[in-house]
Unconditional design. Structure first.
Length: 69
């Protein structure tokens, strides 16, 4: 897995928690949204199929799961 800066991961975690209607039960969805927004500059549309940085997504999700927010 690629190494991403701690500041990037922290900023994405904050972004995830600040999304309206965020819930920990749907952390996978919200982490995916944050990585999509980071890569493409916009939130995904309902049927958005653009690729995301999967390694960043997995690292963000792992970090999110390993910490209690």
């Amino acid at each position: 897995m690629a190494d991403y800066s701690e500041s990037l991961i922290k900023s994405l975690i904050k972004k995830v928690k600040d999304y309206p209607r965020f819930s920990t039960e749907e952390k996978e969805k919200f982490c995916w949204m944050a990585v999509h927004e980071h890569k493409h500059g916009v939130l995904p549309s309902e049927y958005d199929i653009r690729e995301i940085d999967e390694n960043l997504y997995l690292e963000l999700l792992q970090e999110f799961k390993s910490n209690i927010f």
